[in-house]
Design a binder for this molecule. Sequence first.
Ligand code: NAD
Length: 242
Amino acid sequence: MRFSDVNAVVTGGASGIGRATALALARDGARVSIIDLDADGAISTASETRGEARSIDISDVDAVPGAIREIAEELGDIGVLVNCAGWDRAQAFTKTDPDFWHKVVGINLIGTIAVTHAALGYMPDGSAIVNVASDAGRVGSSGEVVYSAAKGGVIAFSKALAREVARRRIRVNAVAPGPTDTPFLESFDDSGQLAEAMARQTPLRRLATPGDVAAAICFLASDEASHITGQVLSVSGGLTMV
Ligand code: NAD
């Protein structure tokens, strides 16, 4: 098992890609702690992984250090950190306002930074961080302008941090999902028409499943990727080829 005796923290583990990642890590031997705004969803995933759950808002930078400290005190060193929590609502940039900008950047970028900053002190040499960005952060996505900026920030953050912590053999990589069949995508258009159109435009002719993305996250978190750091891996069925 790739994650025997490893403590993993997964943000956004209540739903979608984070939930699939928590399940996959647990199947592969990890003890998984979930951090999510959605307390019921987090507890539900934790019950399936025999792990534990904490409900906090990762953009609340004052709440994050205490939650991470509690996890480390209970479980010990954190060997794998997956920053997967994210949020957006599609709308034209000209219709957005500062409250929306702060929310999108606060969750997707500052939340990732805050959790990583808090966790690093408990991460031993040789551990791994995987940040879930988005292809929006690589190629841009209309209707997701501020989100694209935040996810581009997650990619740059991952690369710069990878350089800084490499001396401790801590690896930092990003996974950039394309359109993935989760409640996040459904929130953009619950009629399913957008999902169908995106699947048609995708060379492999389907959306990603949460499991497709979780597999890439688990690979980058595992020792199989022990010489890979500062990289971005798109899981998009070829929709983007960068
Ligand atoms: P999802 O909505 O199913 O899951 C997101 C999870 O993040 C939810 O459980 C939610 O409660 C949690 N969350 C949101 N805001 C939070 C906060 N402030 N504090 C703590 N938890 C919070 O969505 P998903 O599709 O599984 O998204 C996972 C990641 O993948 C996100 O970072 C998203 O931006 C990214 N992504 C998704 C897609 C897609 O098409 N689904 C594409 C590219 C990138």
